[in-house]
Design a protein around this ligand. Structure first.
Ligand code: PGA
Length: 252
C-alpha cells in the first residue's frame, strides 16, 4: 500500500516562535486524522532545529525546503544536506517550481542535490509541474516526463523506492486555481506510467502528492483519486486547523 502523506511547505513564512506555535497546533489536532496519514512540515532553515525538537513524540516529520549541490566548503549562504541531516530532519523538497523559476534550478542542479540528499540518508520530495502555457498547449505531459526522466531516472532502484514525487502545476500554486480532481488523476496516472517504464512495478508503491491551492474544501475530492497519495500544501499549511482538515480529506 502507498503511504498517504500531507506535507506543508511553509516557504519563506513564520519566525521560529511562530513555527513552533504552528507545530504545537498541528500536533494538538493530529489525533482527529486517521493515523495512517503521515504529516510532514517544511519550515525555513532558521528554525528547522526548533521545529524538529517541537515535533518529538508527535509523529510529525520534518523536511527542509532545499539543500546545497555540494557537500561542504566555500559556498557562502548555502546549507548542506549533512547539516540538515544532523538536525534530525527526514526529507528535503527538491525542484520546487519557485526554485526552478527564481533561482535557476535545472535538472543538472537537481541531480547534484539528489546525490547529496541520498549521501546523507535523507529522502527527497521531488517536485514536477508545468506552467500555464504548457498546460494550455497540451505540452504538459512532455514537460513532466522530461522533469522525471532527467532526474528520477538517474537514481538507483534503491533510491527510487524511497523517493516521493509531488506534481504541482505552476498555474495552480498560490493562485487559488486548483487542478480539478480529474486533471490531477490524469497526470498522476501518467507520471506513474513514466516511472513504471523505468522502475517497473516498484512505481506502484511511489507516493505521488498533488500541490497547488490544495485546501480543506477541495482536498477530499483530489485525494479520492486512485493515483493521488496526498498533498504538498503551501498557504493552507500555515494555519494548523486548515492543515489538519486537509489531512481529514483522506477517506480511504
Ligand atoms: P499553495 O502552494 O498550496 O500555496 O498553492 C503549494 C506549493 O507550492 O507547494
Amino acid at each position: 500500500m502507498r503511504r498517504q502523506i500531507v506535507a506543508g511547505n511553509w516557504k519563506m513564512n513564520t519566525t521560529p516562535i511562530e513555527g513552533v506555535e504552528l507545530i504545537k497546533g498541528v500536533a494538538a489536532l493530529k489525533g482527529e486524522v486517521c493515523s495512517s496519514v503521515e504529516f510532514v512540515v517544511a519550515p525555513p532553515f532558521t528554525h528547522l532545529s526548533e521545529v524538529v525538537k517541537a515535533t518529538r513524540g508527535t509523529g510529525i516529520l520534518v523536511a527542509a525546503q532545499n539543500c546545497a549541490t555540494e557537500a561542504k566548503g566555500a559556498y557562502t549562504g548555502e546549507i548542506s544536506a549533512s547539516m540538515i541531516a544532523s538536525l534530525g530532519v527526514e526529507y528535503v523538497i527538491l525542484g520546487h517550481s519557485e526554485r526552478r523559476e527564481y533561482y535557476g534550478e535545472t535538472s543538472a542542479t537537481l541531480n547534484k542535490k539528489m546525490v547529496q540528499v541520498f549521501a546523507n540518508n535523507l529522502i527527497p520530495i521531488y517536485c514536477v509541474g508545468e506552467v500555464l502555457e504548457e498546460r494550455e498547449s497540451g505540452k504538459y505531459f512532455d514537460v513532466v516526463k522530461a522533469q522525471i526522466e532527467e532526474v528520477v531516472f538517474e537514481l538507483t532502484e534503491e533510491q527510487f523506492e524511497k523517493t516521493i514525487i509531488a506534481y504541482e502545476p505552476v498555474w495552480a500554486i498560490g493562485t487559488g486555481k486548483t487542478a480539478s480532481a480529474d486533471q490531477a488523476q490524469e497526470i498522476h496516472a501518467y507520471i506513474r506510467e513514466v516511472l513504471k517504464s523505468k522502475f517497473g512495478v516498484k512505481a506502484e508503491n511511489t507516493s505521488i502528492l498533488y500541490g497547488g491551492s490544495c485546501n480543506p474544501a477541495n482536498a477530499a475530492e483530489i485525494f479520492s483519486k486512485e493515483d493521488v497519495d496526498g498533498g504538498l500544501i503551501g498557504g493552507a499549511a500555515l494555519v494548523a486547523e486548515n492543515f489538519i482538515n486537509i489531512g481529514k480529506g483522506f477517506k480511504k
